[in-house]
Ligand binder design. Structure first.
Ligand SMILES: NC(=O)c1ccc[n+]([C@@H]2O[C@H](COP(=O)([O-])OP(=O)(O)OC[C@H]3O[C@@H](n4cnc5c(N)ncnc54)[C@H](OP(=O)(O)O)[C@@H]3O)[C@@H](O)[C@H]2O)c1
Length: 307
């Protein structure tokens, strides 16, 4: 099969469009013929230095996919050949920048008929992460106020819509060029982080969802009211330790399971979440897609149209 793979860590230029062995479905697995795969911010972090891990080269990046089941491993009874599915690779597994992938059947879900493969994958890892963070970790309630950092990003864009659907008041940060987009997603208040200091203009929040990282993470604690909680997904594997003892710092445990993907599909069916702006690339131009993602000003999602 064809894949976008790396043979060493480094800049975007290490991404090569080449050949890799076809995967085989082990017990409990299916092979999915991938139609679309997405670029997530984690991908270029892994490309640069393994994100802290030594990679077995050649290595295929990519964490989410949508496609058709083309082979069944022993014991798989819940899918048939030809079923349209979407999913996120198991924790510690990658390989979606490819024409095929072998995947644990239990953690993937049926693709909603109303969505194309490109649309389904645009909501896979981002939707999974946002639902775990907003609903399971922060347990956001109607009437609460939340600051969502980095609103124009893939995860945060989903989170804004989910928070509005739950009945929260949503404040977000974005550069001026994205303010109309933020309003379209439902944000109630928008801070231009280039010209405004959010720690001076925002206060008394019940919750923060922090997706930007760097200094923004620690500073985010300042906007919480006593008893508030903040969830962090861009600061490594643990939440930064709060500088005050009346708030909570949380690191969402973003596992992989069918239930959260079905929740994503349900939110789309309810009309609560719209498809993000999609920029399409062929798999052979993975390096170009990574340059855009790594520049950190992407609106919506970069998607590889694989077939
Ligand atoms: N399982 C997990 O824990 C998990 C899963 C998914 C993602 N993540 C992490 O979550 C983070 C976000 O991922 P993503 O895929 O959603 O990112 P993304 O789509 O690449 O986010 C890019 C966005 O960040 C915004 N941005 C950049 N700097 C900003 C700042 N200082 N303040 C506010 N907004 C800023 C940009 O908007 P402007 O152009 O308006 O600046 C751009 O739209 C990444 O660090 C990723 O690794 C973790």
């Amino acid at each position: 099969m064809k894949a976008a793979l790396i043979e060493k860590n480094g800049g975007p230029e290490v991404l090569i469009y080449g050949d890799a062995p076809d995967p085989v479905a082990g017990p409990g697995e299916v092979v999915v013929d991938i139609h679309a795969a997405s670029v997530n911010a984690a991908d270029w972090k892994v490309r640069v230095d393994g994100d802290g891990k030594a990679l077995p080269f050649p290595y295929i990046l990519g964490r989410d996919f949508s496609g058709l089941v083309s082979a069944l491993g022993d014991g798989v009874t819940d899918f048939a050949i030809g079923d349209a599915v979407f999913g996120v690779c198991d924790v510690g597994q990658e390989g979606a920048y490819a024409e095929k992938i072998a995947m644990k059947a239990a953690i993937i879900a049926r693709k909603p008929d109303a969505l194309s493969h490109m649309e389904a994958v645009s909501l896979a890892l981002t939707g999974l992460t946002a639902t775990v963070s907003i609903e399971d970790t922060l347990k956001l309630q109607a009437g609460e106020t939340i600051l969502i950092q980095g609103g124009a990003g893939g995860v945060a864009g989903f989170a804004i819509q989910l928070a509005k659907h739950l009945g929260a008041h949503v404040i977000t940060t974005a550069s001026a060029a994205n303010h109309d987009y933020m309003r379209q997603l439902g944000a109630d208040e928008i801070i231009d982080y280039n010209t405004q200091d959010f720690t001076k203009t925002v206060s008394n929040c019940d919750a923060v969802f922090e997706t930007v990282g760097g200094d923004v993470s620690m500073q985010s604690y300042a906007v919480l009211k006593a008893g508030g909680r903040a969830a962090f997904i861009a600061s490594g594997g643990t939440a930064p330790v709060p500088p005050r003892d009346d708030v909570q710092g949380l690191r969402p445990a973003v596992g992989r399971d069918r239930e959260h993907l079905e929740r994503v599909a349900e939110l789309v069916a309810l009309g609560a979440v719209q498809i993000p702006p999609i920029t399409e690339y062929p798999l052979s131009e993975a390096a170009a897609a990574h340059r855009v993602s790594e520049a950190r000003h992407l609106r919506g999602k970069l998607i590889f149209k694989v077939r």
